[in-house]
Design a protein around this ligand. Structure first.
Ligand code: UD1
Ligand code: CA
Length: 447
């Protein structure tokens, strides 16, 4: 059965107290909307429609970046969830199949749950609603059931005291045949406590039309929506806990899992060890057998088999480490390819560079890549030895097997196997230390 995904993302999210539309707030470095699209994307939908409203331009731009084929429609006034879905009608012209409605602020719906809803559809339910047993049903819509059947949904604002005692609540996720969905929505009115067009009313309307509705349930944590910054922090914690479990389940050792923070797209191989207090930004891949030592920060980088990174290392976007590379403490690497077995162990900045295989970069080395206007590249050949505290003033190339003397400022290319010294020659004056001290003392006493 072809599937269309409708993601509701027009609400303001006023309780976030933010200038940013709620669905663009991030969990694990991805907007909530990206999480919702990913959840729905597992169904391989034929069409994706995002209903934007508040902050619509920003939501549209982010949607385009996430899924260029998604259609963004606007709900200029937020008149309720049924009214929001109605805005997707034109975008779904010519589509026939099931419509799956998700909320942009509900990031954790699992593929298995959506599959269960589609199975319920296949088993003959015309409308399928995802419900959950709420610990505190609060403001959620209540599901009024009769055995297996779902009779109607009543919003908390409109519920009788007896209905408010129902613990089975509406998550908001709904699956229905697309044509039926819009037929039912046409009949929804706004005669209720909120004066809104409730999508939830389609259940009673379906029943009246003898089209049975059913509930599929999932754990409450899965339907968690984000309404406040505190919810956002909780969503982050939930997501991190899942990522840590997943990393360990697939063969990584996390010595203190609760202190490691992943991004939504972090890829961790087998037999990787991650020490305490490591933070991953987006777009990081760590291959098998690598070790990321304590207090390191990595983003936009690729770490190959057997590398050791940290403690206290920083890998920034474009850092590409080949097999067996060593990156030590207080080393920053950005936009640089570091070839197999190279060592950059202490207090160094490597940016816009290529470091040859087995090269040794001494403590305190800096690629001076920026002249205040443009960035320039540094190339270090295989087996080169860069002496401690070398300033590599880019653009500059150090040949294979070459050596630079400690403290050199290297501004000219160095051929293969050459020794480059770019520093003042040392002058040593025997006995002068004592003479200098005496002179300084005399000076101090005279003033
Ligand atoms: C809704 C459900 C309620 C359910 C709860 C689960 C209705 C009438 N109520 O209530 O049964 O228990 O979600 O969280 O459906 N939105 C729009 N345009 C609108 C209104 C809402 O795009 O005009 C979007 C919001 O951005 C949000 C979602 O729809 O992503 C839900 O809206 P919200 O106002 O949070 O609904 P609730 O009152 O929480
Ligand atoms: Ca809500």
């Amino acid at each position: 059965m072809p599937i269309a995904l409708i993601v509701l993302a027009a609400g303001q999210g006023s309780r976030m107290q933010s200038d940013l539309p709620k669905v663009l707030h991030r969990v694990a470095h991805a907007p909530l909307l990206a999480h919702a699209l990913r959840a729905g994307g597992t169904l391989r939908p034929d069409r994706v429609v995002v209903v934007a409203g508040h902050g619509g331009d920003a939501v549209e731009a982010v949607t385009r970046a996430l899924d260029p084929e998604a259609i963004v429609v606007r709900q200029t006034e937020q008149k309720g969830t049924a009214h929001a879905v109605a805005q997707a009608r034109a975008a779904l012209d010519g589509f026939s199949g099931d419509a799956v409605i998700l909320y942009g602020d509900t990031p954790f719906i699992r593929p298995e749950t959506l599959d269960a809803m589609l199975s319920a559809r296949a088993d003959g339910a015309d409308v399928v609603v995802l419900g959950f047993e709420a610990a505190d049903p609060g403001r959620y819509g209540r599901l009024v059931t009769d055995g297996d059947r779902l009779e109607r949904i009543v919003e908390a604002k409109d519920a009788t005291p007896e209905e408010l005692r129902i613990r089975l609540c509406n998550s908001g996720v709904i699956v229905a045949d697309k044509d039926l969905l819009f037929e039912l929505i046409d009949q929804v009115g706004a005669d209720n406590a909120a004066g809104e067009y409730y999508l939830t009313d389609i259940v009673a309307l379906a029943r009246a039309a003898r089209r049975p509705a059913r509930v599929v349930t999932c754990p409450e944590a899965e339907t968690m929506g984000v309404n406040t910054r505190a919810d956002l922090a909780r969503a982050e914690a939930t997501f991190q806990a899942d990522m840590r479990r997943e990393a360990m389940a697939t063969g990584a050792t996390l010595t203190a899992p609760e202190t490691v923070f992943f991004a939504h797209d972090t890829v961790i191989g087998r037999d990787v060890t991650i020490e305490p207090n490591v933070v991953f930004g987006p777009d990081v891949t760590i291959e098998s057998g690598a070790t990321i030592r304590a207090f390191s920060h990595l983003e936009g980088c690729h770490v190959s088999d057997g590398c050791v990174v940290g403690p206290y290392a920083r890998l920034r976007p474009g850092a590409e480490l080949d097999r067996g590379v060593r990156i030590g403490n207080f080393v920053e690497v950005k936009s640089a390819q570091v070839h197999e077995g190279a060592k950059i162990n202490h207090l160094t900045y490597i940016g816009d560079a290529e470091i040859g295989a087995r090269a040794n970069i001494g403590a305190g080395t800096i690629t001076c890549n920026y002249d205040g206007v443009s960035k320039h590249r540094t190339i270090v050949g295989a087996d080169a030895f860069i002496g401690s505290d070398t300033m590599l003033v880019a653009p500059v190339t150090i040949g294979a097997g070459a050596i630079t003397g400690s403290g050199s400022v290297v501004t000219e290319d160095v051929p293969d196997d050459a020794l480059a010294l770019g520093r003042a020659r040392q002058v040593t004056k025997p006995g002068y230390a004592d003479r200098l001290r005496q002179a300084l003392r005399t000076l101090k006493e005279s003033c």
